[in-house]
Ligand binder design. Structure first.
Ligand code: GLN
Length: 448
């Protein structure tokens, strides 16, 4: 743990993956564990780990990278944090992100940009960009992220690490600062598939505090991983829409090479189709923004966080606190969401988007009925330059065209390193049947 903080002290002034460090408490916990000794069977004991800053940590600032929560110190731990703490993980700090997880480059953080671990002129992706950079740079070997439309998988892809967005309902979101509740999932970000599998087994499962969590049994995902035999006989779908226009040739080549590898190992890879995939981004920005506009109502200048000093009446408390506390992208989403849910427009926008969502779910179901999993790219391009896309929301939104449909359908999706394009890492996305993360880990392990 000491070495981790030394490493962070050297690396983070430039990389800027962290928003807050938990140094005193972490060293204290490590010292106590040294003294008491640890259970030799517990592989998690004493492992330093980072937590995305939208997951609440008792006594440690949790800001969701927003001015709104700049000085917010939670009085409880999120269920995932409580579980990890009880299993001996040592929380070394909170990682940077796009404000309230809205974005794909970590440039929407109210505090600072984070760099890509491979090239400091490029973005780390987002919104879990701090977690991805911290893991890829070797500051920590694992971190938690959250994924509403790609926020674990895309930064994992941009930094050459492994990121799992589990099935909706697999992991408790109690203590996750809500963005879009029908889409949000927490998941592990690691350097290896096996570490990822170990962590998912540790944090998955039912939680009485989150009634969307499933009571399904949680397998030992790290058992039975075998790079030579695990995909033998599997049927894999490669959607033609995932290799279409707008996807870089280098990215396509990396995925086609991975498909060849699967064939060599005795799997079949067929071309399949997800015809409604192209409507995913449009449906998502209506659904996610609508849910966000509702979830973010709680930031009213009274209950949590920032309260404007410049007020004369109650209306001013709301308006001025929110005007000062929220960044531009958050405001854009609140306005879009409030509009989509408003009486005169609900049928034309929110209801329509919900119907499109069903078509997207049906597409996946049709393919996964006779395929063990789906493979494709995570993002159309490798990491872009800091400042290059942030002023154009539409370009930013289109980056998530391959990850968003997976959240709309609630399926598990994993990003694993699949090669390089122009010197930068490229991720491959594996998409599975509901609650079948085990197959994704088996298939990912081939490339370990
Ligand atoms: N980039 C997407 C967005 O801005 C996804 C973010 C996420 O998964 N939290 O909404």
């Amino acid at each position: 743990v000491k070495a981790t903080f030394d490493n962070i002290a050297t690396t983070d002034p430039d990389l800027k993956a962290f928003l807050a460090l938990n140094k005193d408490a972490a060293l204290k916990k490590a010292a106590e564990m040294d003294e008491k000794g640890i259970d030799a069977d517990n592989v998690l004991a004493g492992i330093p780990m980072a937590i995305k800053d939208n997951i609440v940590t008792n006594g440690l600032t949790t800001t969701a990278a927003s001015k709104m929560l700049e000085n917010f110190v939670p009085i409880y731990d999120a269920t995932v944090v409580k579980t990890l703490n009880s299993k001996g993980i040592i929380n070394v700090g909170k990682t940077n992100m796009d404000e309230f997880a809205m974005g794909g480059s970590t440039e929407n953080s109210a505090f600072h940009d984070t760099k890509n671990a491979w090239d400091y002129t490029r973005v780390p992706g987002g919104s879990s960009g701090g977690s991805a950079a911290a893991v890829a740079s070797g500051e920590v070997i694992a971190a938690l992220g959250s994924d509403t439309g790609g926020s674990i998988r895309q930064p994992a892809s941009f930094n050459g690490i492994v990121g799992m967005k589990p099935t909706y309902g697999r992991i408790s979101r109690w203590g996750l600062i809500a963005f879009a509740s029908s889409l949000d999932e927490i998941g592990p970000m690691t350097r290896t598939v096996k570490d990822n599998a170990i962590l998912l087994s540790a944090i998955a499962g039912h939680d009485d505090h989150d009634l969307t969590t499933s009571t399904k049994e949680v397998p030992d995902f790290a058992a039975d991983l075998n790079a030579q035999t695990s995909v033998k006989g599997m049927k894999i779908g490669l959607p033609k829409e995932f290799l279409g226009e707008g996807v870089d040739q280098d990215v396509k080549d990396a995925i086609l090479a991975a498909a060849d590898k699967y064939r060599e190992l005795g799997a079949t890879v067929d071309e399949v189709s997800l015809p409604h995939n192209k409507y995913g981004v449009a449906a998502y920005y209506i659904i996610a923004s609508s849910e966000a506009s509702s979830n973010l109502q709680r930031f009213d200048g009274i209950r949590y966080g920032h309260r404007s000093k410049d007020v004369k009446n109650l209306e001013d408390v709301y308006v001025n606190s929110r005007t000062e506390g929220f960044g531009d992208e958050v405001k854009r989403r609140i306005m879009l969401g409030t509009f989509s849910l408003s009486a005169g427009f609900y049928d034309a926008y929110f209801k329509k988007a919900a119907q499109v969502r069903t078509l997207i779910i049906n597409d996946f179901q049709a393919v996964l009925k006779d395929h063990d999993f789906i493979m494709g790219p995570v993002a159309p391009t490798p990491a872009f330059k800091i400042g290059e896309e942030i002023s154009d929301p539409m370009t930013m939104y289109m980056n998530d065209i391959l990850t968003i449909p997976v959240n709309l359908a609630g399926l598990p999706g994993m990003s694993i390193p699949a090669g390089f394009a122009k010197g930068m890492p490229v991720g491959m996305q594996l998409i599975g049947r509901p609650f079948d993360e085990a197959t994704l880990y088996k298939a990912g392990y081939v490339f370990e």
